[in-house]
Design a binder for this molecule. Structure first.
Ligand SMILES: Nc1ncnc2c1ncn2[C@@H]1O[C@H](COP(=O)(O)OP(=O)(O)O)[C@@H](O)[C@H]1O
Ligand SMILES: [Mg+2]
Length: 92
């Protein structure tokens, strides 16, 4: 079962008037119970991806699913409630 999923996820930043596309049309599926590693050189967008997946930041376009719940259109207040109520547990 997929615990985290993205559809056509896009995240860009405006840096000094230049639009920097960090995540472009990403389709990602992370399955519950899997051990998943996100690798990439410094500045490649790992933190940007994790912020979008965890509801710490909002994507510019595309969808983010936590289970069946789409979180990309949540307001900041809704995201705060979402983050407070959904914890990732350490494997033991
Ligand atoms: N809040 C931000 N404003 C502008 N640019 C950002 C911001 N966050 C990240 N970036 C840019 O996005 C790119 C990816 O950054 P980041 O996700 O932190 O990479 P990583 O975690 O893989 O090192 C970098 O070029 C970084 O400068
Ligand atoms: Mg980082």
């Amino acid at each position: 079962m997929s615990i985290l999923r993205t559809e056509k996820l896009c995240k860009s930043f405006s840096n000094g008037g230049v639009q920097q596309h960090v995540i472009k049309n990403l389709d990602l599926e992370i399955t519950e119970g899997d051990f998943t590693i996100i690798m990439g050189s410094s500045g490649s967008g790992k933190s940007t991806l994790l912020y979008a997946l965890s509801g710490m930041d909002k994507p510019n376009m595309g969808k983010v699913f936590f289970g069946d719940t789409q979180i990309q259109d949540y307001s900041n207040d809704e995201l705060a409630v979402f983050r407070r109520g959904n914890h990732f547990h350490r494997c033991s």
